[in-house]
Write a protein that binds this ligand. Structure first.
Ligand code: PHE
Length: 347
């Protein structure tokens, strides 16, 4: 029992000096654990003569209580300093200025899309929207594309591994022209039984897809389809409407518009529309921006209309093309890289 005082002093010193929780628990085990020094004294209590046992028991219990109290105190101290360290590490400097929200911008192709819509709305065109996953029928057949036309081959077209509810083959539309047929058929349906069907006058801008990829072709690109059908709309109207559009879009009259004979199964006659700027970096070159033509009688029939009575024109223009010419951009891929150094110039 003479050791008791020495043990208690050593234990108190060890507990108070434990630098962390693990060291503290080790110190506890050394004195109060199953084979701890104090525990050993307690175990020996029974071997003492009865006369000494009571005083020794009291002394041991008092010592144990002191150690337990010291242990609890040190535990609390360590927990407190751990929390203080954590608070210091995670401190927020609320006086730092904020990062601020960065300002977004409209993508140049979408800006073109919006400008085209505004120009055509101002001359009475409706704006329509339709599916990008299209049936083979709307994309090709209804547009007078013969069943075996090479444009249907896997090389040009992204086919979808599914059929629609009627079992028709599905694909990603290769142009916005199927919207001619979709819109016209709805229009005819809506005015069935009316005394006189109002003219069809619509543009349909949107995404289109082809298996194509280089500096001037991207597998996804944008077109705007135009369609005007009435009882007396002629190729001359196409020339007037498109020339007016181009001058408004490029904000200059110093532009020549050329209708160069071409071929599309869904128009007859057909033309490519070329532009030539009278000034600026593109001056003097003919640049193609659109396909166009008088809607083929078979397509008018597929609209649900009599081609002897209804006649008009359609065009399909590339929105990337128009954007590149307007801003002098020479690589189409810049539109889809997401490089902010490029995009910020249009914000
Ligand atoms: N759909 C044609 C194309 O993508 C363009 C076009 C549209 C031609 C309308 C004539 C009439 O190339």
């Amino acid at each position: 029992m003479q050791d008791l005082q020495a043990i208690v002093e050593r234990a108190l010193a060890d507990l108070a000096a434990a630098p962390d929780a693990a060291a503290l628990e080790n110190a506890k085990a050394r004195y109060l654990g199953r084979s701890g020094e104090l525990t050993a004294l307690l175990k020996r209590l029974g071997t003492l003569p009865a006369a000494e046992r009571r005083a020794a028991g009291e002394a041991l219990n008092a010592a144990k209580a002191r150690l337990e109290e010291a242990l609890a105190r040190r535990r609390a101290e360590l927990a407190e300093s751990k929390m203080q360290a954590q608070l210091a590490a995670e401190a927020l400097d609320v006086t730092l200025p904020g990062r601020g929200a960065s300002r977004g911008g409209i993508h140049p192709v979408i800006r073109t899309w919006q400008r085209v819509e505004a120009i055509f709305r101002s001359i009475g065109f409706d704006v329509a929207d339709g599916p990008e996953v299209e049936t083979d029928w709307y994309n090709f057949t209804a547009l007078n594309n013969p069943e075996n036309h090479p444009a249907r081959s896997m090389q040009d077209t992204f086919y979808v591994d599914l059929k629609d509810a009627q079992g028709l083959a599905l694909l990603l539309r290769t142009h916005t022209s199927p919207m001619q047929v979709r819109y016209a058929r709805l229009w005819v349906e809506r005015h069935r039984g009316a005394k006189r069907m109002p003219p069809i006058k619509v543009i349909a801008p949107g995404r289109t897809y082809r298996v194509d990829s280089d500096a001037t072709h991207s597998p996804m690109f944008h077109q705007v389809e135009g369609l005007w059908i009435d009882e007396d709309v002629s190729f001359a109207d196409l020339k007037a409407v498109y020339t007016d559009f181009v001058r408004r879009f490029f904000e200059t009259d110093a532009i020549e518009v050329r209708f160069r004979p071409s071929y599309f199964p869904f128009t007859e006659p057909s033309a490519e529309i070329d532009l030539q700027f009278a000034a600026g970096p593109l001056k003097g070159r003919w640049l193609e921006v659109s396909g166009a033509g008088q809607v083929h009688p078979q397509v008018v029939r597929n609209f649900g209309l009599d081609p002897e009575r209804w006649i008009g024109f359609a065009f399909g223009s590339g929105l990337e093309r128009l954007t590149m010419l307007r801003y002098g951009i020479d690589d189409l891929r810049l539109f889809f890289d997401g490089d902010l150094r490029f995009l910020r110039q249009f914000a």
